[in-house]
Design a protein around this ligand. Structure first.
Ligand SMILES: *Cc1c(COP(=O)(O)O)cnc(C)c1O
Length: 394
């Protein structure tokens, strides 16, 4: 395969000024993978600070109800409440290795900003988070968290004042600060080596899960299900099972209010708007209009609400090694309520897409073993969920 590509997907589509930065990053990523000391340091932090390995949990009640054996990989129990910290710590260590003491990152809902600010605080680095002003208004709690953690928030008031504008601004900063600064991208997206590197740092999920399910269940699962925003938690768990051809790998995108233009973020499910395009440095599936303008998206969960998907997922789909489907906002809320009531686990709305998908399609998995990647916990989503479910809190 061409370097930096997954089949026809991926690559490096960046302005000249940033090419040396991504090349330097690729070099340090390659050398770190071959360095036992780097791996030891990463492992130590994942164990002592992040709380790994996260367990897998058998869902007795939901399994009985749905007629299949359901296990959850508990990324909700990782420090900061989701898988994003695995990647943030990994990249921050690479930044140190490059002698860079300043980290910048984009954030939409604030989850990646919090994970990055946490990693920067832990490793004693300077941190600036780019965030759209619309998102700042919507996500005040996470803004305060990042400030507490010592990060500076850089408000972005251009364009739609949300995630994609924050990425543009962060890239602009990076072009002028590459000597001292690492851009810590939050998902398996962007130019090479980011998709491969983020997948590498998230593969810990799949490696642990495979060992754990073999021990607990005595066999591999029939299917692994994960929600797909940019695709980092899904690629992380998929990688653990990718060579086990009998294991179905199922990625669940955000179907929003259904597959109508601008009402969802299901890049693979929309046969008209979901097309090959170039966005933020990478060639992949992007929701766009006939002229190539990026579409607006909608999802009840902010973490899945992005118009592009990571290039490796486009490749796995083309190769038919993984399947992709979607869950609507309604399916997601159903998963959110059921997992809370039946199992005592309140999932992130992102992760609830995977649960809602299984509830909807459970007949297809009769008597099978299903492993769901529970990418995060739902504490951050309580306000939105209570509104959506029409539950008055006072
Ligand atoms: C950000 C986020 C996601 C989506 O990102 P991926 O890169 O697709 O994993 C999913 N779940 C949670 C809990 C998140 O915070």
């Amino acid at each position: 395969m061409k370097k930096g590509y997954f089949g026809e997907f991926g690559g490096i589509f960046m302005p000249e000024t940033l090419i040396p930065a991504v090349q330097q990053l690729e070099q340090v990523f390659i050398s770190a993978q071959q360095d036992g000391n780097f791996k030891q340091e990463l492992e130590k932090i994942l164990k002592e600070f992040v709380g790994r390995p996260t367990p897998i949990t058998f869902c007795k009640n939901l399994s009985e109800q749905l007629g299949c054996k359901i296990y959850l990989k508990r990324e909700d129990l990782a420090h900061t409440g989701a898988h994003k910290i695995n990647n943030a710590i990994g990249q921050a260590l690479l930044a140190k290795r490059m002698g860079k003491k300043r980290i910048i990152a984009e954030t939409g809902a604030g989850q990646h900003g919090v994970a990055t600010a946490t990693a920067a605080a832990f490793l004693g680095m300077d941190c600036t988070i780019y965030m759209g002003t619309v998102d700042i208004e919507r996500q005040k709690q996470n803004v305060f968290r990042m400030k507490l953690l010592g990060a500076k928030i850089h408000p972005v008031d251009s364009g739609s004042k949300t995630l994609k504008d924050a990425i543009n601004e962060a890239l602009r900063d990076w072009a002028g600060s590459v000597e001292t600064t690492h851009y810590l991208l939050g998902s398996a997206l962007g130019p090479h080596p980011y998709p491969e590197m983020v997948a590498y740092f998230q593969t810990v999920i799949g490696k642990e899960a495979k060992k754990q399910i073999l021990k607990m269940q005595g066999s591999l699962p029939d299917a692994v299900i994960a929600c797909v925003g940019g695709g980092s938690n899904a690629i992380g768990i998929f990688k653990g099972f990718i060579r086990d051809k009998k294991v179905r790998l199922i990625g669940v995108e955000a179907g929003g209010r259904g597959i109508k233009r601008h009402h969802h973020a299901a890049r693979f499910a929309d046969p008209v708007a979901g097309r090959l395009g170039i966005i933020h440095g990478s060639k992949t599936f992007v929701l766009q209009d006939p002229d190539g303008q990026i579409d607006n998206t909608h999802s009840v969960s902010a973490g899945l609400d992005y118009s592009a998907v990571g290039p490796e997922h486009a490749y796995l789909r083309k190769k038919k090694r993984a399947e992709y489907d979607f869950a609507t906002d309604t399916d997601c809320l159903k998963g959110f309520e059921e997992l809370s009531k039946q199992e005592g686990i309140i999932p992130a709305l992102e992760s609830a897409h995977a649960v809602g998908y299984l509830i909807k399609h459970h007949a297809e998995f009769k008597d099978q073993v299903v492993l769901i990647n529970l990418s995060g916990r739902g504490d951050k989503d309580l306000e939105i969920a209570s509104k959506e479910l029409g539950v008055k809190i006072e």
